[in-house]
Design a protein around this ligand. Structure first.
Ligand SMILES: Nc1ncnc2c1ncn2[C@@H]1O[C@H](COP(=O)(O)OP(=O)(O)OP(=O)(O)O)[C@@H](O)[C@H]1O
Length: 197
């Protein structure tokens, strides 16, 4: 299997009339993770979407080699189905999340519960389950710790750590600290009016 790679050269991001960042480069090889930090509105989610290929950069180039999974604020699970069946829909396309991972995520007892009844943290756990099922080499995570309790935060840190230890790549935008040894940090600067491209 080809080693995954995620890189960006001289990226600029413009939203509306604002140039959020420019001259941004990053280079993540297999087995590396990077924590994207910055104040509200500095462009962390925008960067994740650019790296996912969902948003066109104002300038610069993205290089992405390897299967990619995105975790963001959209759950992408049918709200009307019980969780187990909603996950099964994706399992048919991406591959199933294992019973062990469902247990690790604390979802085993929730498989009969309609997705719309899940709490904020349970929804985030469900989104993580869907993402794990994709078995992708590159993880793009936008605020994966939002709404999670302390134990679940530790569990996500372990998930990311073992993904990276297994040769994967993780780019994680988060306001919260992430306890993963050796993780790079990419800090997006505050918006500077008048910044030129
Ligand atoms: N479609 C859009 N059109 C215009 N401006 C947008 C659009 N989407 C986002 N923005 C603006 O881009 C800026 C950056 O948004 P983004 O969500 O990337 O920031 P963020 O760093 O992830 O913020 P937060 O920490 O609050 O989650 C914000 O000022 C936002 O209002």
């Amino acid at each position: 299997m080809e080693a995954p790679r995620l890189a960006a050269r001289d990226l600029a991001c413009r939203r509306g009339e604002r140039l959020l960042f420019r001259a941004l480069s990053l280079n993540l090889d297999a087995g590396t993770a990077c924590h994207v930090t910055g104040s509200n509105g500095t462009g962390k989610s925008s960067l994740i979407r650019i790296m996912a290929g969902l948003l066109r950069p104002y300038a610069g180039v993205v290089e992405r080699a390897g299967s990619t999974a995105l975790l963001d604020q959209s759950l992408a699970l049918d709200e009307h189905l019980p969780l187990g069946r909603a996950l099964a829909f994706w399992a048919g396309m991406d591959g199933a999340v294992s019973g062990d991972d469902l247990a690790r995520l604390g979802l085993t007892d929730l498989l009969d519960v309609p997705v719309r009844y899940l709490s904020t943290g349970q929804r985030k756990r469900a989104a993580l389950a869907r993402m794990i099922g994709q078995d992708a080499r590159i993880w793009l995570l936008d605020e994966p710790l939002n709404g999670l309790d302390q134990d679940a935060v530790g569990m996500v840190e372990q998930l990311v750590e073992s993904h990276v230890a297994g040769g994967g790549i993780a780019l994680v935008a988060s306001h919260q600290p992430i306890g993963i040894p050796g993780m790079d940090v990419l800090h997006l600067p505050d918006y500077a009016p008048g910044i030129a491209a």
